[in-house]
Design a protein around this ligand. Structure first.
Ligand SMILES: [Zn+2]
Ligand SMILES: [Zn+2]
Length: 263
């Protein structure tokens, strides 16, 4: 019953391959259900890694078309939404614009001008203590979990992408965020994308997943595919890890409802 709900389309400008190629890759990998979730449009052209505001209907059509092409294969409609303070109304507006199966919450921006996973800002990591950057990131992530806007939250410790990690026990960064995820009934993404980055580790860390398990936070395993070859990337490793920690179920998503299924 393997699924992959975090897959992009060329509309974001940094993904390759047509949706139908992602579907064929998913079928070849033995996935039973998938979902597309491209980066959400902002009210204006906010940066260079998302669809333009006037491409939103094109996105919906792209997914409707691929659903029509594969009528017997469940393809869900999702959106990866950037959480930024001040844009909550915009997300609510988007939520009402389509029959979403799920909305993903992500924190990329730790300030309005710093998308923390963007290599063009790598120099900033030398200008501020890593501890401070991690604190900023998890503060935003906690707010996102408390916003009530999303169905699951993506790549929880994305801030480690380039391999910057503070010293010592990192649970000091995780506790508040995990409490917020648990209290707000959210599902947490376990993303294999981190294995493809300098972090060389699944998002989130094993310790983070263990702390999530202790709070009975449900999970979903995703690849964050930006090309067909990345669909279901290293899912064996992710499945083995979460099983070792104790998980026996993952969530499936339809009509903004999460349904537990056996791993
Ligand atoms: Zn992306
Ligand atoms: Zn993504």
């Amino acid at each position: 019953m393997a699924t992959d709900y975090h897959m992009h389309t060329p509309l974001c400008g940094h993904a390759t391959g047509e949706p139908r190629e992602y579907v064929l890759a998913a079928q070849a990998a033995g996935l039973t259900e998938i979902g597309f979730s491209d980066h959400n449009p902002m009210p204006t052209q906010f940066d260079d890694w998302r669809m333009a505001p006037d491409q939103f209907t094109e996105y919906l059509k792209l997914i409707a078309d691929v659903q029509a092409e594969f009528p017997n294969y469940p393809i869900r409609l999702g959106l990866e939404c950037d959480y930024l303070v001040g844009y909550e109304e915009h997300i609510r507006h988007l939520a009402a614009q389509a029959p979403w199966d799920y909305l993903i919450g992500s924190v990329h921006y730790i300030t309005p001008s710093w998308d923390v996973d963007n290599p063009k800002h790598l120099k900033k990591w030398t200008e501020q203590p890593v501890d401070e950057i991690w604190t900023l990131y998890f503060k935003e992530y906690t707010r996102m979990a408390e916003s009530g806007l999303f169905d699951f939250v993506a790549h929880p410790d994305l801030v480690k992408k380039f391999g910057h990690r503070p010293e010592g026990d990192l649970s000091r960064f995780y506790t508040e965020t995990l409490n917020a995820i648990a209290e707000n009934g959210l599902t947490m993404e376990v993303s294999t994308a981190g294995l493809r980055k300098d972090a060389k580790e699944i998002y989130p860390s094993r310790q983070f997943i263990e702390m999530a398990y202790a709070r009975r936070i449900p999970i979903v395993i995703n690849s964050d595919a930006h090309s067909p070859a990345e669909v279901a990337y290293e899912f064996k490793q992710a499945t083995a890890l979460v099983k070792e920690i104790g998980y026996t179920k993952v969530m499936q998503f339809k009509d903004r409802k999460a349904i537990p299924v056996d791993l």
